[in-house]
Design a protein around this ligand. Sequence first.
Ligand SMILES: NC(=O)c1ccc[n+]([C@@H]2O[C@H](COP(=O)([O-])OP(=O)(O)OC[C@H]3O[C@@H](n4cnc5c(N)ncnc54)[C@H](O)[C@@H]3O)[C@@H](O)[C@H]2O)c1
Ligand SMILES: O=C(O)CC[C@@H](O)C(=O)O
Length: 528
Amino acid sequence: MAPRVLISDALSPAAVQIFKDQGVETDFQPNLGKDKDKLAEIIGNYDGLAIRSNTKVTAKLLEKATRLKVIGRAGIGVDNVDIPAATGRGIIVMNTPFGNSITTAEHAIAMMFAIAREIPAADASTQAGKWEKNRFMGVEITAKVLGIIGCGNIGSIVASRANGLRMRVIAFDPFLTPERARELGVEKVELDDLLARADFITLHTPLTPQTKGIMSAENLAKTKKGVRIINCARGELVDENAMRAALESGQVAGGAFDVFSEEPAVKNPLFGLPNVVCTPHLGASTTEAQENVALQVAEQMSDYLMRGAISNALNFPSITADEAPKLTPFVALAEKLGSFAGQLTESEIRKVTIIYEGAVAELKTKALTAAAIAGFLRPILSDVNVVSAPVVAKERGIVIDEITRAAEGDYESLITFSVTTDKQERAVAGTVFQDGKPRILSIKGIKVDAEFAPSMIYVTNEDKPGFIGRFAGLLGDAKVNIATFALGRDAPGGSAIALVQVDGDVPPSAIDKIQTLPGVKQAKALRF
Ligand SMILES: NC(=O)c1ccc[n+]([C@@H]2O[C@H](COP(=O)([O-])OP(=O)(O)OC[C@H]3O[C@@H](n4cnc5c(N)ncnc54)[C@H](O)[C@@H]3O)[C@@H](O)[C@H]2O)c1
Ligand SMILES: O=C(O)CC[C@@H](O)C(=O)O
């Protein structure tokens, strides 16, 4: 029986033909994404689901998706897909990186012009027969400072267009190397510097815990008075109430918003202001971009459903059927070690070294390295997957060293992932036990023995009496239940590590309090 794909968002119809040519049946219901009950009712009949951003693929929906093997996102952001839930059900999630980057960068530039010259308001006034020539006084773009927050695929295209417009381009992106910044013709700066200097600010980061609310009341107060701000990335990067206040006070002279914290946005704090221009998430909406992403997603999904080939998957490396059984547990280990390091990395990355010792060194280490790098970069970049991760790392000037050698210690197989940043080197090592579960065996050379768990707390501290009692008491007060507790230290009274598995999410306030305990050097909540 031919596999069946449900297209539940407005994909270019070109996709339907590709599926058909490849022997895949399609059911094209472009508005179904908005009707979650109907979607839940029928999702059990399909092997594939092709979507844009209207369809929300939640864990609840996936419970009904008993036949589903692949979700294809015709676009970049996959924040509308619960990837851990899909992974848990063995469903591949793939996206189409790059296909809409130029189009979205062009939208950001168009929005910048729209607010610089108040084009939408001037159009409405003129067509209303008012001819208000004196009401609209714009600003020139030439020689103005454009601050780009997030200089990845889209941000760097915006930079090249802005350079062509003779703007002065500065960028805040902790992961942008000085070499890449030079290549792009942008000045790499710190966030506060960008806020203080930019005449225009444009946002191009993924939505992560670090970028959520990056345009907060506090940061808006640090901007140059009269700044104009454009957001074509994700709505939650902006504190919309604080932004409204800044637009009303004149601190921000104009705002252009393509994305909103709640979409579809039918009501929003940013609506109704004269100096604001809004579009309904149109960043990727050009014929060219929609054809690119629709054709690419149809080809990728057909390849997987008809031939088992995997490309641009966010949750699985490319592996043949023969290699899979031996490799799979080590893929999980490599990805988790990378993720551990990625979640703790907050400055410019210079180099990653992955050492494979013993039996694991005989496996397909390239796939393991790809999985480790994907795990490492995922907390930092929006569209990284196991296929693109090594290329993305290379483009960003991150040197990756892969070393294979015979077993030197107690374990049959050992993987060590170490990352060198401009500030420090951090190494984390692990293995897979007989039960097939990955385990962490050492962090920064300090021995520990812990399983990975969905929610963990990592603490480094001075090895002094009283810490554990105070730490556990604090978690108890925060109603955080400890499941397992692993400890390690380099020497009595030296540096110590606690790696704690907890039930459920850890409130950020609990981490802040742990950070203030005597002797604590670092505390962080980790998700796996
Ligand atoms: N409006 C639309 O229709 C539309 C279309 C496409 C993409 N997008 C969104 O645009 C955004 C950018 O997409 P992209 O393809 O350029 O992603 P990308 O991964 O290529 O680039 C993101 C950049 O943000 C940087 N970054 C990560 N954390 C940061 C932080 N804390 N501070 C500053 N910079 C940080 C990364 O280093 C990277 O360079 C995403 O949110 C994506 O979902 C929107
Ligand atoms: O599909 C769309 O229209 C939006 C796509 C965009 O938000 C993306 O992340 O690729």
